[in-house]
Design a protein. Structure first.
Lengths: 303, 657
């Protein structure tokens, strides 16, 4: 297990806007676990969505500037909560290490030193692996007893494995499941852990997103999940904000709460603001909080 | 003083168009040592050869240079020609003025100059030629066949029928191999066991065949005609002489183990025969699982055996035998699909391999031929077959096509429909490769008469949903995604070499390709041979093959063995390395670099009774590649017919021209 250590923190655009509750919960949970997050000063776009579809050098350079800033902070690793930001920074870092001529081209544009030493880490990975399930188990105040959780990793957290240098099984990742188990919850066996939610097609091909998101929501329900937990602002948007229209299009009437894993952790760790963040969701997630407190009360009563 | 004759060939216009052959002959006549030089339109023809023989007699030539085509083509012709005229056949040198000169140049003057240089070099080498002689090597006329599948069985039977003794070594408890596991065979649908078991029995009863099952080859030394092979006969725990094959022992054994022969779907006991038609029909005690061997009380089989054949304390037996030729027929294994995450990492019970489906269909299989789902033993209504699982895939390390899957998948779909007419099958394929006799017709029949739904495209995901298995893929002909709710999925997984193929290759001194399939000597013209003489390949240990190809190659290997054994003795190739032992410092460099393990360090009696060591070349193993010559620090190894002095004199002749 690691001692308390500092990570650079790259929130990305979503966490300053639509995914504010992800940002707030991430900072609160990390503070409670003794993980110091230092926001990268003057960070810029990670190069996702528009940039990496249009221009490889541009998207790599955007990511590289952030990595260079991390180097300037004197830190080795940058924790990235958003899956797309993480993917961009990690893939760019990998490419810069592997391809010397690309690294030279990027340095030329950047006009600042870039050693390539900074490594992007998914916040989920930092919490599940560096902090570790043992410390998390100790930090839990209200265990998630009886809560069935569909752990949804989405497509970008573990792919492509070669570039992300991950040891997760790409089609069946485990870190989030382990995390939920450590908090007393019950991760359900379900096949859609890494299915695509439709991602950035949310605006251009909403019909596709509705169908893909409905598939994921229905599968979570069919597998008996009480809620879905994710680690990506765009997944949240598609599964939470578009849930009503997606399920309506699929002829379904049910609703299933979607939470960031940090929100679920905050609930389990008894962080006071946790229930307030849930109000920022479109689908009512308060049931998760209530169910979880009910379970906690029954534990207390037994004791 | 050497008397060299030079004969310049026109090769019709092949050489004469680009090289002034008369000028070459005139120039050759002026080279020191040359006493006769001439040119002729076709030197290899009857009159051309007579011209050479006459010149040898008339001008008392003691060596000859023929300036014509590549030695690959006509060196044997002229060796025969001069030996008929009384010269040692190795006193001829070829100057290649066709492939190396006329065919690759246009400028006639320059080409002529080059041809003269080539002739000058050949003359320089010829002046240092000395007679070479072939030795007779005796042949041990017994063959070893490694692997007791259909390839090994066929090879053993053919060699034995030709009248030579054969030892068939098989590492599992019975011969039969993969084919014994199959249900029916494409495209004729005759039952695999019905055509294989008679051959197995023939093997067992053939007076020329010795079967060693539960045995493995440990070490191979020696060379063509005289291999020494160490074989470990693993302790069976059952006395083969006493056992009658009654089966009481395994019917009462209390230990149950997943059955390898049933691809893990059934159970066997700790004492077992792999399948009812096993040859020999003598059980084996699986010591890993036997209770007695794990310090538990038992001994049931020993108590019940009516002939007292159970011998727990039997030990492995190691024998060394001599063989003249070896047929390698070690077959293949199936790749394990649990490495594919998209298909559930092998965790979905109703996603099975083609070989498992084969056992399910087999009347003597774990379900007695009833096709049911492993999860709930219910018959499936919708079955999806996926071809090319792991094959033709760089990602999964098999760029190659496994060759048989298109056909057995069609067979599975057809037989499924025949047994259960109310089932529907879907086949995902990349291409249909049905290039054998009656194969294409068979696939068409499966599609058109048996209604199998063939979908061209790959499967991207397989997952469980309730009691269904959902298969997601693409139909690349319609250009749209497909989703099928199946009851069962059958994967045509890639064929792979045995996991210890590389080890066996090292023991035999033969080579493998990047996937560890054994390499043939020539992909087209020597498909049965390997680069080491006396060793032949049969079946899928070389590359995925179906049964007809396997049997054909096995018979080919057997006829190669019979051809080898039909000679009274072998003649050694004289162009091999030889060590000047008096100069050798026994540094061992040559031993290390020799690719054929043909050199060893031996003890010599030195002066005053002291002993010293020196390298010595085994003439039966040496291929004359010259690696040791280049590697020798003291320049005390020469390749006969290509000595250092000869090669240097060629270079001198070129440099001093």
């Amino acid at each position: 297990m690691q001692d308390n250590r500092a990570y650079a923190y790259y929130p990305g655009c979503s966490l300053h806007a639509t995914a504010k509750e992800y940002d707030l919960s991430a900072r609160a949970v990390c503070a409670a676990l003794g993980v110091e997050l230092r926001e990268v000063p003057g960070w810029n776009c990670c190069g996702a969505s528009s940039a990496h579809g249009r221009d490889h050098l541009l998207s790599t350079t955007l990511a590289a500037r952030n990595l260079a800033l991390v180097e300037e902070m004197g830190l080795e690793e940058v924790a990235v909560p958003c899956a797309a930001c993480f993917n961009r920074l990690a893939v760019a870092g990998h490419e810069l290490r592997e391809d010397a001529s690309l690294a030279d081209a990027v340095r030329n544009v950047l006009e600042r030193p870039l050693q390539g030493s900074a490594k992007a880490r998914a916040l989920l990975d930092v919490v599940a692996r560096d902090v570790g399930t043992e410390r998390i188990r100790d930090a839990v105040r209200r265990p998630l007893e009886g809560l069935k959780v569909a752990c949804y990793y989405g497509c970008l957290l573990v792919r492509p494995p070669r570039a992300l240098e991950t040891d997760e099984r790409v089609e069946d990742p485990q870190s989030l499941d382990e995390l939920v188990r450590a908090m007393g919850g019950e991760p359900v066996e379900w096949p859609h852990k890494t299915e695509c939610c439709g991602a950035a097609l949310s605006l251009t091909r909403t019909d596709v997103v509705r169908r893909l998101s409905a598939d994921i929501l229905k599968m979570a329900r069919d597998c008996g999940a009480d809620c879905i937990v994710c680690a990506c602002p765009l997944c949240m948007t598609n599964l939470d904000m578009r849930q009503g229209e997606a399920l309506k299009a699929a002829g379904e009437r049910f609703r299933i709460p979607v939470l960031y894993f940090t929100e679920l952790m905050a609930l389990a760790m008894g962080i006071p603001d946790a229930e307030r963040w849930l109000k920022m969701h479109f689908v009512d997630a308060s049931a998760v909080a209530r169910r979880e407190s009910a379970a906690a009360q029954s534990t207390e009563a037994q004791q | 003083m050497a008397r060299v004759g030079v004969f310049v060939c026109w090769c019709g216009s092949n050489i004469a168009r680009t090289v002034d052959v008369q000028r070459v002959a005139e120039a050759a006549g002026r080279i020191p040592g040359v006493v006769f030089a001439t040119d002729y339109k076709y030197m290899c023809s009857e009159p051309g050869q007579t011209m050479v023989q006459d010149a040898i007699r008339d001008h008392r030539l003691d060596r000859v240079v023929v300036a014509s085509c590549s030695p690959r083509l006509h060196e044997p012709t002229f060796q025969r020609c001069i030996s008929e005229a009384g010269l040692n056949p190795y006193m001829v040198e070829m100057a290649n003025i066709r492939e190396h000169c006329s065919w690759v140049h246009q400028d006639k003057d320059a080409a002529t100059e080059k041809a003269i240089d080539l002739v000058r070099m050949a003359v320089a080498k010829a002046r240092r030629d000395f007679p070479l002689f072939r030795n007779e090597i005796p042949i041990t006329k017994r063959a070893l066949v490694i692997g007791g599948g259909v390839a090994g069985i066929q090879a053993a039977l053919d060699i034995a029928d030709a009248g030579y003794p054969v030892t068939l070594v098989e590492r599992t408890p019975s011969i039969g191999g993969r084919m014994a596991q199959y249900d029916k065979t494409f495209p004729t649908l005759d039952c695999a066991a019905c055509i294989l078991t008679p051959k197995m029995v023939d093997c067992a009863s053939h007076p020329n065949i010795t079967i060693l099952t539960y045995a493995e080859v440990e070490e191979v030394t020696g060379f063509v005609g005289n291999f020494n092979v160490r074989i470990r006969k693993k302790a069976r725990g059952v006395d083969m002489e006493k056992c009658t094959g009654c089966g009481v022992c395994y019917s009462k054994c209390p230990v149950k183990v997943p059955n390898e022969f049933e691809e893990g779907m059934g159970e066997r006991r700790a004492i077992y025969v792999p399948f009812p038609q096993a040859v020999p029909n003598v059980p084996v005690i699986d010591r890993e699982h036997c209770r007695l061997n794990n310090d538990l009380k038992c001994g049931v089989c020993q108590k019940l055996c009516p002939t007292g054949a159970i011998a727990y304390d039997q030990q492995d037996e190691v024998v060394t035998e001599q063989f003249g030729a070896i047929v390698v027929a070690t077959g293949f294994r199936m790749w394990d699909h649990s490495q594919i995450g998209e298909y559930g990492y092998g965790s979905i019970p109703d996603v099975i391999s083609g070989l498992q489906f084969e056992r399910l269909m087999n009347a003597s299989g774990p379900t007695e031929g009833k096709i049911v789902r492993p999860s709930d033993h219910k018959p499936p209504k919708t079955v999806v077959f996926v071809a090319c699982v792991g094959s033709r895939s760089e990602n999964h390390g098999h760029e190659y096509c496994s060759k048989v899957c298109c056909m057995y998948t069609a067979k599975h779909a057809l037989l499924l429909k025949e047994k259960y007419p109310d089932t529907q099958s879907y086949v995902f394929y990349m291409d249909i490769r049905a290039n054998g006799k009656g194969y294409e017709e068979f696939v068409r029949r499966t599609i058109e008469e048996y209604g199998a739904n063939y979908i061209r495209g790959r499967v991207s995901r397989i997952y469980r949903h309730g009691d269904k298995v959902v298969v997601k893929g693409a139909d690349t002909l319609l250009g749209r995604p497909v989703e099928i709710e199946a009851d069962m999925v059958v994967l045509a997984t890639a064929m792979e070499p045995q996991d210890d193929a590389k080890d066996l290759a090292r023991k035999l001194g033969i080579s493998t390709d990047q996937h560890n399939w054994f390499s043939e000597a020539h992909p087209k013209l020597k498909p049965v041979e390997v680069l080491s003489s006396g060793i032949f390949l049969a079946g899928a240990c070389q590359y995925p093959k179906d049964i007809p190809d396997t049997v054909a190659q096995a018979s080919g290997a057997a006829s190669k063995v019979a051809g080898l054994f039909s000679k009274p003795h072998l003649l050694s190739e004289p162009m091999i390395a030889s060590v000047r032992e008096e100069d050798c410092a026994a540094c061992g460099q040559c031993v290390q670099v020799c690719p054929f393990s043909a050199i060893e360090l031996v003890e010599l009696n030195g002066r005053n009774g002291a002993s010293r060591r020196a390298a010595r070349v085994n003439e039966g193993l040496c291929h004359g590649c010259g690696t040791c010559v280049a590697g020798c620090r003291g320049s005390c190894i020469d390749l006969r017919g290509f000595t250092n002095a000869q090669v240097l004199s060629e270079i001198d002749a070129l440099a001093l021209a």
